[in-house]
Design a protein. Structure first.
Length: 131
């Protein structure tokens, strides 16, 4: 029987796997069935992103973002900022701006980068309406 601790260990080995696609699929299924600490969701999302599976990566980043990572003791402010940054980068919506602006981690580099991405998206939308 697989436990959340097993998934944590397995997630650390994801990118060194000979068959990364199979390993990622296994990890996704395990997370859906039994869950794991949020760092595993971030690790899986990062791996999916590097594999070019941006939509799948976004789903896992959004799971973490929906749980207000800036308030979690099991995540660092960098983890929270990174999550918001990736959501804002991969998402076409600006619905995470309130979380970034209200987050405790808004002074780290990832949160600032996420704010810039959101502002850039807003400017691009305004430019599309003008032209």
């Amino acid at each position: 029987e697989l436990t959340p601790n097993d998934i944590v260990f397995f997630a650390e080995l994801l990118e060194s796997s000979k068959d990364m696609k199979k390993s990622v699929d296994f990890c996704e299924d395990a997370l859906k069935k039994i869950g794991a600490p949020l760092k595993v969701y971030i690790k899986l999302a990062d791996t999916l992103y590097r594999m070019g599976r941006e939509n799948d990566a976004l789903k896992f980043y959004q799971i973490v973002a929906s749980l207000k990572p800036e308030t979690r003791k099991d995540l660092t402010s960098e983890d929270a900022g990174w999550t918001y940054y990736m959501v804002s980068r991969l998402s076409k919506e600006n619905n995470f701006s309130h979380q970034i602006n209200n987050g405790k981690a808004k002074n780290d580099i990832y949160s600032k980068s996420a704010e810039v991405v959101l502002k850039e998206n807003d400017i691009q939308e305004r430019m599309k309406r003008i032209f």
